[in-house]
Ligand binder design. Sequence first.
Ligand SMILES: NC(=O)C1=CN([C@@H]2O[C@H](COP(=O)(O)OP(=O)(O)OC[C@H]3O[C@@H](n4cnc5c(N)ncnc54)[C@H](OP(=O)(O)O)[C@@H]3O)[C@@H](O)[C@H]2O)C=CC1
Ligand SMILES: O=C(O)[C@@H]1CCC=N1
Length: 272
Amino acid sequence: MKAGFIGAGSMGSLLTGSFLRAGAFSPSDLTVATRTRSKAEALAERYPGLVVAPANILAAQDQELIFLCVKPLDYRSVLDDIRPALRPEQTIISITSPVTIAQLEAIVPCKVAKVIPSIVNEACLGASLFMFGSRLAAADREALMRLFSAISRPVEIPEQEVRAASDLSSCGPAFMACLLEQFIDAAASTGMDRQLATTLACEMLFGTAHILQSGFCSPEQLQKRVSVPGGITAAALEELRRATDGAFLRVLQTTHEKFAEDLRKVERSLRP
Ligand SMILES: NC(=O)C1=CN([C@@H]2O[C@H](COP(=O)(O)OP(=O)(O)OC[C@H]3O[C@@H](n4cnc5c(N)ncnc54)[C@H](OP(=O)(O)O)[C@@H]3O)[C@@H](O)[C@H]2O)C=CC1
Ligand SMILES: O=C(O)[C@@H]1CCC=N1
């Protein structure tokens, strides 16, 4: 299968690299075009055989899949570049939340899927959030989910839930890293070696996610099991709950407000 990638920033580079390392594509299957050519050339150096295209249209022409890995307000110019090359049998995969499937289907003649990745897909972990356009047949949907299962756990979601879902799945790693950094800073401030604190914190987070994901216990039950009656954890959890009360409601309020603003800007930018 041949695929073109437009945009080789954080996500374009992560997806090409992760798919290649997972063996989902060979380097010569992939063509990458991006604004700063040196970023695509760096990928080609790391994965010999990967093709660098000097123009966006050349990364779209004759590809079965075309990944759009640019920011929402760059869609207009990228879509204008590639539209002449697009054919009904091709599939565009958009990885950004504020550009809707309906907007894309109104502009391009091909099939459209929206798939929101996560930085943790770099380690072949975490979810990828799937929303399918109306032109994809069941076989197209299955093939796409199979492809992403090489680097993630594909999960289909309703498009209207994309914000909260990607807050958890895609912004979540940054939120958790922020909390972990504060935890590590606090441990280091007691005189503990920072590297050791980081190792222990990462092992703890990975193990916590694993035990919760296995269904062995719920988040609530886990807190109860660690909190020995009259012990240290229960006292500290009280302090943590006080300090973080409502924090994630405010975090999600912020993402939703910014998202509403992005939706308005994208709508204006994609008007004919
Ligand atoms: N970062 C994340 O964890 C996640 C990001 N996303 C989504 O992925 C998308 C990309 O994000 P991210 O990779 O982090 O952003 P980056 O800014 O790192 O990458 C965007 C890339 O697009 C390139 N670009 C911009 N305009 C054009 C153009 N006209 N033609 C070709 N290439 C162009 C940029 O070029 P240049 O290098 O010159 O700036 C850059 O390489 C966003 O829409 C974001 O919402 C989704 C899930 C997670
Ligand atoms: O910060 C952003 O806009 C993107 C969306 C999901 C993760 N990062």
